[in-house]
Ligand binder design. Structure first.
Ligand SMILES: Cc1ncc(C[n+]2csc(CCOP(=O)(O)OP(=O)(O)O)c2C)c(N)n1
Length: 802
């Protein structure tokens, strides 16, 4: 048997090399076939990994059980080579097969090339990740794989350095796991790429980033993307100066050079895994034989010379030449492998298509049968027969075709009654239910650790419970949490040494150490990413965004990554991350933000909790840590120094989600609010009482989920009037609350006055107390708005004020 010396320590047998060659060829064939499938109309869009095969084979060689990948849509060869994706699964995703068994990455939810392994079992519990080769779930926004990559690597650091985590062998063995990132050269232009590179350098974590450099980002060449046209050249300053110095190891290697790639990855992974040094592998001279995606052809933007170079330096061609030059195989043998690869792909495509089509065919057949039965009984036989005929003619049906046909047919028989119609309706209801599971499930956890299932434990107070600053309630809560659960750690700007800008973590770094309560750089996006990756590996991060106004820096990653994680994997992955921030009302344009509508509309899939004081906030931390779901908890910026009593069970009590609290009972109007506005509304309610108006004040407490048991609607049933008040812009979260109550809960039935909203002005508040008064809703605004509603109803009883 021939062997090839690709490095000092690594000898590859001819057998192994030919196996790689086979995988590379199968992968290339999958790309070529996939493109054809799209053009034949069997799939809607295709993006493929051709031209990147050989580098990925090399990377896969050093990817071990327990490791994690955070990559992007070009990584199919890596997924094949690690055994985490079969050819049939690859095609199942192209066709959007909705069965988890057929398409485990996303159950048909993401377009092709979006990979991920199932980290959770059917009950939503963690599998043994140390025994598996893991891939976090890909997303389309370029470079968005980078923030979570920081966290995947950071978890290894925590597992290695924190002895209290040693027992969690299901997730880590001494932090030996490497987080492998991949990114296209053009996507390194994104800010979050640089932020992530810097963060991992500061943290010194085992993060290995491969840049697949094919010189373009769709049509835009490197000179428009990267200074000096080379990412490794401009990142050279990150290179470690010495073996024990801080920084990166940087490798540069050509993407068609199989032995050099094997050698580079061997060295790169070793230093990363053993020493926890971050590594950049710049893989140059890659090609993209079929162009970017099925959306266009690269002949439009690549010169003739470039296209010629690409075919000359195609990595498969080069690998073949190298194998022959080194006499590791004969040309005939390689021809045979290539032919076999073609057959394997053809077979996998056929099997995937047949399974996909069969899964839909049953629905279609049943619908046709039931519609035929209906036609036989109906006065509208002609119309129904036409519908059936159309459905029958459809040889490439999708699920909605049968459903559309049935819904249309039912219109014609709306005033007929017979068994055939009843059966058809039964079928429709069942099919809609099944499709809800296929297409609409798992926005939130469906496990028994869902936050909605956490039992309420009421706060208890000793008779002599002392009044303390609000921040001390939180501090006591965090102290208890850190003491009881080694998985919990808190990170953020100023969170470590001074215990956050409002000192809710004061003294806790001293008590629990730097790994548990940790300062970070000013980098909101990767603070969140650090949390996402760690949460994906079984830890319980509390990641702090210093002010709500700066959540905008992180909202994209919350929206695109955390919030849709359960959904886009159909329950295959979870990242139970807690994002802590503080907001609403303090001072000035950038420290008074309350952009709640923006948040609610962008992070469905997370819970959004808006406690009015620090006791409620503490209860929410306890609740969320008992669940397996992510949440954003927004504390009131102006509440840390207000006096509250410390519950005696501050580390245990829980505040249930989706359950508003009636702060004050009343009979004339219901005022619905949350957060800092609770105090203002309560003040106004007291003043209204002096003028004979009895206001019921409800704190919704959680905006997502919202008032699950319709307590607000019950209140309106009694008062017949409602005001929604908050500090967001007009049409922001007040509009959301009104939709929930009036439309969703059906409270319009009980209303005698028009439902009304009171929000801040559309601009942000200027600095100073007057800026606040004239921009945000104040006590007088609430008083007068309520008074006017009652004046309109009973002008004699409530004459005009002014
Ligand atoms: C944030 C964002 N902007 C734009 C796009 C559209 N887009 C998809 S891929 C791509 C080019 C990426 O090029 P590169 O990073 O070099 O990777 P390659 O596709 O060449 O492997 C662009 C602009 C996107 N998906 N996300």
């Amino acid at each position: 048997m021939h062997t090839a010396e690709v490095s000092n320590t690594q000898k590859l047998t001819a057998e192994e090399i030919l196996q790689d060659y086979r995988i590379a060829w199968e992968s290339r064939q999958a790309s070529l076939t996939g493109r054809k499938e799209v053009f034949m109309g069997k799939a809607k869009f295709g993006i493929f990994g051709d031209g990147k095969e050989v580098a990925q084979l090399a990377m896969a060689k050093f990817f071990k059980a327990g490791d994690f990948r955070s990559g992007y849509y070009r990584d199919q060869t890596f997924m094949f080579a690690t055994g985490e994706l079969s050819l049939q699964e690859y095609f199942a995703q192209l066709y959007a097969h909705t069965d988890v068994e057929a398409e485990p990455s996303t159950a048909g939810r993401a377009m092709n090339g979006h990979f991920g392994t199932r980290l959770l079992d059917e009950e939503g519990k963690w599998r043994n990740l140390s025994e598996r080769k893991n891939s976090s779930s890909d997303i389309s926004p370029t470079a968005s794989q980078m923030p979570r990559l920081v966290g995947l690597a950071y978890a290894s650091k925590l597992y290695r350095q924190n002895p209290d985590l040693q027992h969690m062998t299901q997730f880590s063995v001494n932090g030996n796991e490497v987080a492998f990132g991949t990114i296209g050269n053009a996507s390194t232009s994104e800010g979050m790429f640089f932020e992530a590179i810097n963060a991992a350098g500061v943290l010194q974590v085992p993060m290995l980033v491969s840049v697949w450099d094919d010189g373009y980002g769709i049509s835009v060449p490197a000179q428009y993307q990267t200074t000096k046209g080379s990412i490794s050249e401009i990142l050279a300053g990150f290179q470690r100066d010495s073996q024990d110095g801080q920084g990166y190891e940087i490798f540069k290697v050509k993407g068609w050079d199989y032995p050099a790639l094997c050698e580079a990855y061997e060295a790169a992974v070793r230093v990363c895994r053993e020493q926890h040094v971050p590594v950049l592998v710049h893989v140059e001279e890659l090609t993209q034989p079929q162009g970017h995606s099925t959306s266009g052809s690269h002949e439009r933007y690549k010169s003739k010379e470039r296209l010629e170079w690409e075919s000359e330096f195609d990595c498969l061609k080069k690998m073949r030449e190298w194998i022959l030059e080194n006499e590791l195989s004969t040309a005939e043998q390689l021809d045979q492998i290539e032919a076999e690869a073609k057959n394997a792909v053809r077979e996998a495509r056929g099997n995937a298509w047949n399974a996909f089509a069969a899964s839909i065919k049953d629905d279609q057949d049943e619908a046709i049968q039931l519609l035929d039965n209906l036609a036989a009984k109906s006065a509208h036989v002609t119309e129904i027969a036409t519908i059936v005929e159309e459905l029958r003619k459809n040889t490439v049906p999708i699920r909605s075709d049968a459903v559309k046909a049935v819904r249309k047919a039912l219109r014609y028989v709306r005033d007929e009654q017979n068994e055939a119609k009843r059966e058809l309706i039964g079928w429709l209801e069942q099919t809609l239910g099944e499709n809800a599971d296929r297409f609409n499930s798992y926005l939130y956890s469906q496990s028994d650790e869902s936050a909605l299932l956490v039992d309420e434990v009421k706060a208890e107070f000793d008779e002599d419970a002392q009044q303390v600053d609000g921040r001390e309630v939180l501090q006591a809560c965090f102290d208890a949490i850190l003491a009881r659960d080694p998985r919990v750690f808190a990170i953020g700007e100023d969170v470590g040494k001074i215990g956050d800008v409002n000192q809710a973590f004061a003294g806790l770094q001293d008590k629990y150490g730097e790994l548990r309560v940790t300062d970070t750089g000013i980098r909101e996006c990767t603070i969140i990413g650090q949390g996402i990756g760690a949460a994906l590996r079984g830890l319980r991060p509390i990641t702090e965004i210093q002010y709500l106004d700066y959540l905008l820096y992180a909202i994209q990653i919350l929206s695109d990554d955390v919030a849709c994680l359960q959904y886009r994997t159909k329950g295959g992955q979870k990242a139970p991350l807690i994002v802590r921030t503080r907001g609403h009302r303090l001072e000035g344009i950038w420290h008074s933000g309350s952009p709640i509508g923006m948040i609610l509309n962008s992070i469905r899939g997370m819970h959004v909790l808006v406690p009015r004081d620090m006791t409620q906030a503490a209860g929410f931390y306890n609740t969320m840590l008992k669940s397996d779901e992510p949440a954003l908890i927004i504390e009131c910026l102006n509440g840390y120094r207000l006096k509250e009593r410390i519950p005696s069970n501050v580390g245990e009590f829980t505040v249930p989600l989706g359950k508003p609290e009636i702060l004050r009972e009343g009979t004339d109007i219901t005022i619905v609010t949350y957060g800092s506005m609770c105090r203002i509304v309560m003040d106004a309610a007291k003043q209204l009482e002096d003028f004979g108006i009895s206001a019921e004040v409800i704190d919704v407490q959680t905006l997502l989920p919202f008032d699950i048991e319709h307590m607000i609607s019950d209140s309106i049933r009694k008062t017949n009037r409602v005001l929604f008040a908050d500090e967001d812009v007009p049409g922001g979260a007040t509009a959301y609350m009104m939709q929930q109550v009036v439309d969703e809960q059906g409270a319009w039935r009980w209303l005698d006055s028009k439902p009304q909203c009171l929000s801040a002005h559309a601009h942000r508040p200027p600095y100073g107390s007057d800026g606040d008064y004239f921009s945000k809703p104040n006590v007088e605004d609430v008083f007068e708005t309520v008074y006017d509603i009652l004046h309109e109803a009973e002008p004699d009883k409530y004459p005009v004020i002014y």
